[in-house]
Design a protein around this ligand. Structure first.
Ligand code: FAD
Length: 322
């Protein structure tokens, strides 16, 4: 059975690895130019994975990707977009756009492992287009390397916003964190930020105006006007489910109102033969360990469903590497 795995983050890579154990043939389709997923840029230690306490997210991601790329029997189509998905006689037909041109592949099953992306707004995108000093989402190289002895405004009130406030304040920056409602970050982070002399926390605060230029951003709150060298927005995440809209209506898995894919405990979506794993699902605790476990479970479910006749196990030609 050919399994198209969309996304080469921890969930997709784990699913591909497990497919090999269960006699399935994985074809992994990744829109960026390399495997690794969201942790590729995480310079913090991964505190949630037992067994490697000092390893950063980026190191972990490289370790997983090295194992994945050494697996024989896995096809990776990188820098590839899924343009459309249709029902086919014994499964699904994927229309792909690859660096070498358009390509069509037929598969027995699909695993959605496309993860999540930082939330943004049209206003923020307009500011970001105007200034490289406007950053949307956490963990960029600019945050790690470029912000020194600066004033930064962080919009957002969750763990990421406060985590980044502490990270930057400890590196000699002055930080204002502004959230339009109450802060929702965990108490230990709140306490550390309150105690830090270079961090100002502003709850229930909604800027009246925000502008940006090459040197940073300017914000207006009532009669108050302030300039910052950097503007960072940490508004949480949204699932990468935009490709579901490019699937034929009769094979479109159900999404929650929030956009996350609905699955059962076997990683099955509401469409037979389509599964989902990792951050594309509204998990209690999105994490590398969760994604790896769900990728493994999805492969097992496909094997079981194939044997039970719930998914076609008709042999198909294995797509060759481009
Ligand atoms: C700031 C931050 C800190 C975190 N800290 C930790 C931590 O300390 N410990 C921990 O365990 N977890 C942490 N996480 C969570 C962890 O990164 C995720 O839970 C994990 O990466 C989820 O894996 P995934 O494979 O589901 O998704 P991702 O890692 O997001 O991978 C999804 C992949 O799919 C690709 N993709 C997206 N759309 C498409 C498409 N249409 N077609 C093809 N490919 C597509 C993406 O390019 C990406 O490679 C953190 C996350 C963030 C954002």
């Amino acid at each position: 059975m050919i399994v198209a795995i969309l996304g080469a983050g921890p969930a997709g890579m784990s699913c591909a690895n497990a497919c090999l154990s269960f006699g399935l043939t994985p074809v992994v389709i990744e829109r960026s130019d390399q495997a690794g997923g969201a942790q590729r840029a995480n310079f913090h230690p991964n505190l949630w994975l037992l067994g490697a306490p000092d390893e950063s997210g980026a190191e972990l991601s490289r370790r997983l990707a090295a194992h994945f790329s050494g697996l024989s029997g896995v096809t990776l189509l990188a820098a590839t977009q899924v343009e459309a998905v249709e029902a086919a006689a014994q499964g699904f037909r994927l229309m792909l756009s690859t660096p070498q041109g358009a390509r069509v592949i037929d598969v027995n099953a699909i695993v959605l492992a496309t993860g999540a992306s930082p939330r943004t707004t049209p206003e923020l995108e307009a500011l970001r287009a105007r200034s490289a000093r406007v950053i949307v989402g956490p963990l960029s190289e600019a945050i790690r390397d470029d912000i020194h002895a600066a004033r930064a405004l962080i919009l957002g009130g969750g763990d990421n916003a406060l985590d980044h406030a502490l990270y930057l304040a400890e590196r000699g920056n002055r930080i204002c964190v502004c959230t339009r409602a109450a802060f929702s970050a965990r108490e230990s982070l709140m306490a550390a930020c309150r105690a830090h002399p270079e961090i100002e926390l502003r709850g229930q605060c909604r800027p009246d105006a925000l502008t940006a230029d090459a040197l940073g951003a300017e914000v207006v709150w009532g009669a108050e006007r302030a300039r910052y060298d950097w503007l960072l927005a940490m508004f949480g995440y949204r699932p990468n489910t935009d490709l579901v809209a490019r699937m034929a209506a009769e094979i479109r898995p159900r999404l929650e109102d929030s956009g996350y894919v609905v699955t059962d405990a076997w990683q099955r979506t509401t469409v037979a033969g389509i599964y989902a794993a990792g951050d594309v699902i509204d998990n209690v605790q999105p994490a590398v360990a969760t994604a790896i476990a769900q990728g493994l479970a999805a492969a097992k479910a496909i094997e079981r469903d194939g044997k039970a006749g719930r998914v076609s196990s008709k042999r198909r030609a294995v797509p060759s590497l481009l």
